[in-house]
Write a protein of this length. Structure first.
Length: 286
C-alpha cells in the first residue's frame, strides 16, 4: 500500500513519543523518500533531536544541514569527521556575541575536536588565544560585571578596558592595570592612545603628585609609594620591557587625559621625571 506524506508525519510524531518503540530506521529502509522527508520535517519544526537520534545522515542528505550548523557539527562527530566539526564549532564560537557561556562552550568543543583531528599547532593557538580573552572577562572584578557571567554578552578587549577605566580610580589595583595593558594585545588597531589613557589613569590613582615632601621624606620613597612605580615594577618582574608599555615622559605629562593644573605643574613634572629615572630611564624616556 502506498504511504502518503501525512502518514509519514504521523510515523515521526509517534516515534517522538516516549516509549513508542517505533524504529524510524526501519521506515527509512523500507519506505521510498522517507529519509528525506524525515530530514526536512525535523529541520522545519526544530526537532533536531529526533533527526540526530537516527545517527549520521547519508551523503545524499548532508547538504540539507547547510545553514543548520548547531546540528551539523554533531552529525560531523557522529560520522567521525572531527576536522569539519572543529571548523563548524570554531565559526559558531567566534560568531557568538550574545552569551558568554555559549561562546566558551563552542570554543572548548572546537579545541577538543581539533585535538582529535590532529590539526596544526597554530590552529590550537588561535583557539587558545580566544579562550584566554574569555578568561579576562571571567576574572573581571564584581564592580565591572554585575550580572551572571554565563548570560552576559561577550566583550571584546577594548570594551573590557573601558569597563575598568570607568571605575573610580581608588578601586583600581595593580592587577587591574596589568590586565588593561595585557588586553591591548587583543586589539588589532593602533593602541598608542589607549595605552596613554591607561597610564594617565594610573597617575590619577595617586594623589601625591602635587604634594610637597614632608620633612625628612625622600623623593625616592615618595615615588616608590605610587601606583605608577608599583605597576612598572610589576611589569618588569613579569618580564615586560617598559619601553614597549610606558608612554614617553613628554607624551604623559602633556596628555589631555590629565587635568590642566597637573600638566602645568612643575612639581608634577619633577616627580614624574624622577619616577622615570628611578625605573632606569633618563627622565624623558627608557
Amino acid at each position: 500500500r502506498r504511504v502518503h506524506g501525512g502518514d509519514y508525519a504521523t510515523i515521526v510524531r509517534v516515534a517522538d513519543c516516549p516509549d513508542s518503540g517505533v524504529n524510524l530506521d526501519k521506515y527509512s529502509e523500507s519506505l521510498p523518500g522517507f529519509s528525506e522527508f524525515l530530514c526536512d520535517y525535523c529541520l522545519e519544526r526544530g526537532q533536531e533531536s529526533v533527526l540526530l537520534r537516527q545517527g549520521p545522515l547519508n551523503d545524499s542528505l548532508r547538504h540539507k544541514l547547510e545553514g543548520h550548523d548547531m546540528i551539523k557539527w554533531i552529525d560531523d562527530v557522529n560520522r567521525g569527521d572531527y576536522l569539519s566539526a572543529h571548523r563548524v564549532l570554531l565559526e559558531l564560537g567566534l560568531k557568538e556575541k550574545q552569551y558568554f557561556g555559549r561562546r566558551r562552550t563552542m570554543l572548548s568543543l572546537s579545541k577538543l575536536a581539533a585535538r582529535v583531528a590532529d590539526v596544526e599547532r597554530s590552529t590550537l593557538e588561535r583557539i587558545e588565544s580566544e579562550m584566554s580573552l574569555l578568561d579576562f572577562q571571567e576574572n573581571m572584578p564584581p564592580g565591572c560585571i554585575d550580572n551572571g557571567l554565563s548570560n552576559m554578552p561577550v566583550l571584546n578587549a577594548r570594551e573590557m578596558i573601558e569597563l575598568y577605566l570607568n571605575r573610580e580610580e581608588s578601586t583600581l589595583s595593580v592587577d587591574d592595570f596589568v590586565r588593561c595593558l595585557e588586553l591591548l594585545d587583543w586589539i588589532d588597531s593602533d593602541t598608542t592612545e589607549l595605552r596613554l589613557r591607561i597610564w594617565c589613569r594610573v597617575v590619577l590613582s595617586d594623589g601625591i603628585w602635587s604634594e610637597q615632601l614632608d620633612q625628612g621624606e625622600s623623593l625616592e620613597s615618595l615615588i616608590r609609594s605610587t601606583m605608577f612605580y608599583k605597576l612598572s615594577q610589576r611589569l618588569l618582574s613579569d618580564g615586560y620591557g617598559l619601553d614597549k608599555l610606558i608612554p614617553s615622559f613628554s607624551d604623559l605629562i602633556a596628555s589631555e587625559y590629565l587635568p590642566t593644573a597637573m600638566r602645568d605643574s612643575m612639581l608634577f613634572r619633577r616627580y614624574v621625571g624622577s619616577a622615570y629615572e628611578l625605573l632606569g630611564g633618563t627622565g624623558t624616556a627608557f
